[in-house]
Design a protein around this ligand. Structure first.
Ligand code: NDP
Length: 353
């Protein structure tokens, strides 16, 4: 193996509030010679994810904090470029948790082989990766079934759009909120967030309209008889509106709360939490890492929707893998920051050159 120099993004200081470019550095590292039982992997796409914000704080969290001066870990998909392990050969595609770097050396148990037949390979970070598994697990957790009316916040994002498409496959009525007219169009025209009758039925709405229309008003228009399930990616005003709109015995999937991730002081909880009591609601928390044991089943079932179709609500009949692709490891930080200003439709990924 010739000397490999790998570029990587390191966290160099803990952000306060919204992170800035100054919290990160682009560094270079020289890789050690490959040992028996190891493989050299070149990353092709890396994932940037909102949950990473919590890992930047340095304190104790449900996932280990990032170490200052070390490369940022996280989901990535790459290819084996040299192998000294019999389980993997040159050219094999693998996902890993090695994150924001160009090359790395690993042993086979740290890698998850994925099929090169399923393209683009970045789908293994999105619809068939961690965010797709989150969507699938969330629906499973609260036993979503046909005829449920489900409201999804952050619906045009990575988890949200797949949750909506999978709920449509199960026969649910799906309503989504998103932060621009373009995102609403995507939900209606490409993901099937429409009523039975017509595209005009208001099943996806823009929560950033000007002048602002409160979320609860838009949700009541979309679901005049209330909702059965709320898939929460956002928290804050969305959760408060959903608590009002939920019917008796409604269920909440507590997946994320991105509206508060950069808050410098803790945000107050919803003012109407007592709805949980009066309407006998169930709210279940979800951490995707608990669901890795179901990954084979998920990849089979959802992989088949992606390759062969079943999503009658989408134009192609297949599960849509929507992505926003940013090119270059030097753009990884701005891609990450863009998650908090809504720059992405679908999964935000960084393609390495
Ligand atoms: P997304 O692809 O949805 O990207 C983030 C989106 O969030 C943005 O595009 C933006 O969309 C929206 N957003 C950003 N800031 C705000 C804000 N202040 N208020 C409302 N919306 C905002 O990310 P993911 O799909 O990867 O993640 C979605 C959620 O799911 C996150 O909360 C994440 O932490 C959580 N998650 C949880 C997991 C778990 O195991 N529990 C696993 C994976 C994700 P818009 O333009 O519509 O505002």
């Amino acid at each position: 193996m010739t000397d490999i120099i790998s570029r990587e993004i390191q966290l160099i200081s803990h952000p306060t509030g919204m992170p800035t470019l100054n919290n990160f550095a682009l560094a270079q590292t020289k890789l050690e010679p490959l040992q028996a039982g190891q493989v050299l992997v070149r990353n092709l796409y890396i994932s940037v994810d909102p949950y990473m914000r919590g890992r930047m704080n340095g304190g104790k969290s449900y996932v280990p904090p990032f170490e200052l001066g070390q490369p940022m870990t996280g989901s990535a998909v790459g290819e084996v470029v040299e192998s000294r392990a019999e389980q993997l050969k040159t050219g094999d595609a693998v996902t890993s948790n090695y994150g924001w770097r160009e090359y790395f050396i690993a042993t086979p148990p740290e890698l998850h082989p994925v099929s090169r037949d399923i393209q683009p390979l970045s789908v293994h970070l999105g619809a068939l990766g961690m965010t797709g598994l989150t969507a699938w697990a969330g629906l499973y957790l609260v036993d979503v079934k046909a005829e449920d009316v489900i409201f999804i916040s952050g619906a045009a994002g990575a988890v949200g759009n797949v949750a909506g498409q999978l709920a449509k496959i199960r026969g649910c009525q799906v309503i989504g909120s998103a932060g621009s007219p373009e995102k609403v169009k995507f939900l209606k025209e490409e993901c099937g967030f429409v009523g039975e009758a017509s595209l005009e039925e208001n099943r996806a709405f823009d929560y950033k309209t000007s002048p602002v229309i409160p979320v609860i008003e838009q949700l009541n228009l979309a679901a005049p008889d209330g909702i059965d399930v709320y898939f929460d990616n956002v928290g804050g005003e969305m959760l408060e509106a959903a608590l009002s709109a939920l019917r008796v015995n409604g269920r909440i999937i507590a997946c994320g709360g991105i509206s508060g991730y950069n808050a410098e002081i803790p945000q107050p909880g919803p003012s109407n939490l007592f709805n949980i009591t009066t309407k006998r609601l169930t709210m279940k928390g979800l951490i995707v890492g608990d669901w890795l044991g179901c990954r084979a089943e998920f990849e089979q079932v959802v992989g088949d929707y992606y390759r062969f179709g079943k999503a009658q609500a989408t134009p192609t009949g297949k599960l849509k893998n929507k992505e926003t692709v940013v090119v270059g490891i030097d753009k990884a930080v701005s891609a990450f920051l863009g998650l908090f200003t809504g720059e992405n439709i679908g999964k935000m990924v960084v393609k390495l050159e």
